[in-house]
Write a protein that binds this ligand. Structure first.
Ligand SMILES: O=C(O)CCC(=O)C(=O)O
Ligand SMILES: [Fe+2]
Length: 335
């Protein structure tokens, strides 16, 4: 598998990256989602109003952005610099830096983890690795760029704090007991660094196909290049890059736990001809044995459970094998 960033494409997309007409992005210029709320976590509003805003956005869009979230802007800038430097390295260096774990916990790949089985590929290189507990994971991370471990380590700690804080607010908003998400449900977070090189013809391919994240929630640092789009009422809307904001999206698992009250929104990434786009996603994942089931308080006689419970590892197997086909996954999960 050759990395997209190493393809010498002379202005032409290799045939294996050209999507069939029905899978192409269609209209690349979509309205920017000014209505996707940017929620100020440190503003004048009191905690109850902030929680209400988070819940409303999670019900309507499954997406919101957070600003004034407490993560240092310097750390966010350093993180962006380090991941861009990583992807600017040679393919051989990247390969070497991602193969320090004999068990393969740090993965470098192109398109998706299902590359070999795919009918066509996506215009993305990715690095994925676990990030908690830090001391156990960090020793298998890249050591080049020289600051990778230091910066991404600090970033992972801050993102764990921020995601826990957001989940605690969601917990309160849903009426769940304090700490509902704080142990097994968020035990196994992962970092995913996405890199979408400039693409000769963005109308023929996608950076990432339409998907819902298989997480509880995901926090994305998307930098200043547009590309992320959210499906809302059958329309694609762009997630406007806001300086030093995090994009938060509700994952499939939280949709199940909230018994459909919160929406795991579908999203995708389009490419552009000019700029490489590098983003970093922090996925809150449960331990593999953890049971994912609608919370008792949200599934009752008035609101019958919409989903049957399953282990996270079983969910993931179905999710990956159905190549994120929403209907097929829902069929499996449905009562
Ligand atoms: O790169 C982005 O903007 C979004 C990435 C994403 O959706 C993902 O990592 O699941
Ligand atoms: Fe995603």
């Amino acid at each position: 598998m050759e990395l997209v960033s190493s393809l010498c494409n002379n202005g032409v997309i290799p045939a294996s990256y050209v999507h069939p007409p029905e899978a192409r992005p269609g209209n690349l210029i979509v309205p920017l989602g000014k209505s996707i709320p940017a929620i100020d976590l440190a503003g004048d509003r009191d905690q109850i109003q902030i929680i209400q805003a988070i819940l409303k956005a999670s019900e309507e869009y499954g997406f919101f952005q957070v600003i004034n979230h407490g993560v240092s802007e310097t750390l966010m800038d350093d993180t962006m610099d380090v991941i861009q430097e990583f992807h600017a390295m040679s393919a051989m260096d990247k390969e070497m830096e991602c193969s320090k774990d004999p068990d393969g916990s740090c993965k470098l790949y192109t398109s998706s983890l299902g590359y070999l089985a795919e009918n066509f590929h996506y215009w993305r290189d990715a690095v994925a690795h676990p990030c908690h507990p830090l001391e156990e994971c960090l020793k298998f991370w890249p050591q080049k760029p020289i600051r990778y471990r230091e910066v991404i380590g600090a970033y992972s700690i801050e993102l764990r704090k921020l995601s826990s804080r957001i989940l605690e607010m969601i917990c309160e908003g849903l009426g769940l007991e304090t700490g509902y998400f704080s142990s097994a449900l968020s035990e196994n977070p992962k970092i995913l660094v996405n890199h979408y090189p400039p693409c000769p013809d963005p109308s023929l391919t996608l950076g990432l196909s339409k998907h819902q994240d298989p997480s509880i929630i995901t926090l994305v640092l998307q930098g200043h290049i547009q590309g992320l789009q959210v499906l809302k009422d059958d329309q694609w809307i762009g997630v406007q890059p806001l300086p030093h904001a995090f994009v938060v999206n509700i994952g499939y698992l939280l949709q199940i736990i909230s018994n459909g009250k919160l929406k795991g929104a579908e999203h995708r990434v389009v490419t552009n001809t000019e700029d490489a786009r590098t983003t970093i996603s922090y996925f809150v994942y449960p331990s593999s044995e953890c049971l994912i089931i609608p919370a008792k308080i949200l599934a009752n006689q008035q609101n019958p459970p919409l989903y049957k419970g399953c282990k996270f590892s079983d969910f993931l197997t179905v999710y990956l094998s159905k190549a994120a086909d929403k209907e097929a996954v829902e069929e499996y999960l449905k009562f």
